[in-house]
Design a protein around this ligand. Sequence first.
Ligand code: URQ
Ligand code: ZN
Ligand code: ZN
Length: 483
Amino acid sequence: MSLLIRGGTVVTADQTFRADVYCADGKIKAVGETLDAPAGAQTVDAGGQYVMPGGIDPHTHMELPFMGTVASEDFLSGTAAGLAGGTTMIIDFVIPAPNVPLLDAYEQWMGWAKKACADYSFHVAITWWSDKVREEMGVLARDKGVNSFKHFMAYKGAIMVTDEHLLASFQRCQELGAIATVHAENGELVYYLQRELVKKGITGPEGHPLSRPPEVEGEAANRVIRIAQVIGTPVYIVHNSCRESVEAITRARLEGQRVYGEVLAGHLLVDDSVYRNPDWNFAAAHVMSPPFRPKEHQEVLWRGLVSGNLQTTATDHCCFCADQKAMGRNDFTRIPNGTGGVEDRMAVLWTHGVGAGRITMNEFVRITSTNAAQIFNIYPRKGSISVGADADIVVWDPAATRTISARTHHQKIDFNIFEGMNVKGVPSHTISQGKVVYANGKLMVEQGAGRCIPRPTFPTVFEAVKKQNEARAPRAVPREAAE
Ligand code: URQ
Ligand code: ZN
Ligand code: ZN
């Protein structure tokens, strides 16, 4: 099975050039001005279009058991929807319930993901702590290709981790050469504000953003950055939604600390007015954490991407339909948190990023694919158009338009946070492992074709961080030694 993508303009994180791309055996075999198609090769005409690395969404939750229900999108439908939008790999999350062994949870998620039709990988969440957790982190890093461990500083009473356990886990990440990723909201403050609001009789979705103001996110972002600084380990903060967290990241990066930041397509374009909509279902459909913010935060997030202080874009695709959201009909704190987006991220970012003149095409590739591949150590296998890379490619038609709607999307959710948005620039073809799996509106996916992609740990980065720490450590010596 071989494929020649001809006549297109290749766009990578740092180059734009006219070239054909030849793929065989799931890999990119040749990139060149005019390539001949061997007999029997399938061809895709990419004339007038861009040929880019397939998108990587580093933050999804397919069929996540959460808040008393299970996310409606599964690994087959979710990876298919991603392919329809040009995303060829997701990094999802294994989230063990407290006291469940990490390896048991890992096997459970691996079982669910078997049906995926595109490649995937897993961050593993540390939701409790013990010597066994510590030991199993090592097994996951050494034997299962897990190089990132997630920490929820919110969701008190469920999956929230204490500072004590955060510290222990960060030390373990440092030992293993694994990156710590974090949901940064102060869970104690959220819990306090939720109680106060419900006591005042504010039980509708309008209470959700009031219980998680930007200060709650900014405090946690700053705290976890400082903890990582003292422990001496890199940290990746997911779904930054506001000025407060972007400022915390920017300050740290200016001082040379290895802090990485992610932003969701939703937070760049949806604002908190949605929670004041008189339609309860409409407002509840937007309940996710951190919440959508007042519009002025969006410009700060875009500037974070342009300045390089934020590196990746994601969706936090965690879908709950109206009947599930209705679990919080009388108490907003019970509305399952999460929204969709895996199918729309790239078209939305192209339209409002490249189309609006905010970012270049190369920056678009950087923030939708290459940076995530490099941060999570799967570059250049993923996130590149280069010989030897996986043939995960999106052929992008900059002139094609679409109106986003739950009535036509492939996502398994009855709502779309970008409903009615007109986008210009969408995939005409998506290629996964060298096969055309989406062409001109039609999905041709194969259940189970997705692979779990191992992500090696990062000794080099951690060596650099260790040296940085030693250089900074006070020259204290034991008193007796000094005499
Ligand atoms: O917090 C997360 O990332 C998960 C539980 C999805 N839900 C959400 O509201 N972001
Ligand atoms: Zn989160
Ligand atoms: Zn999430």
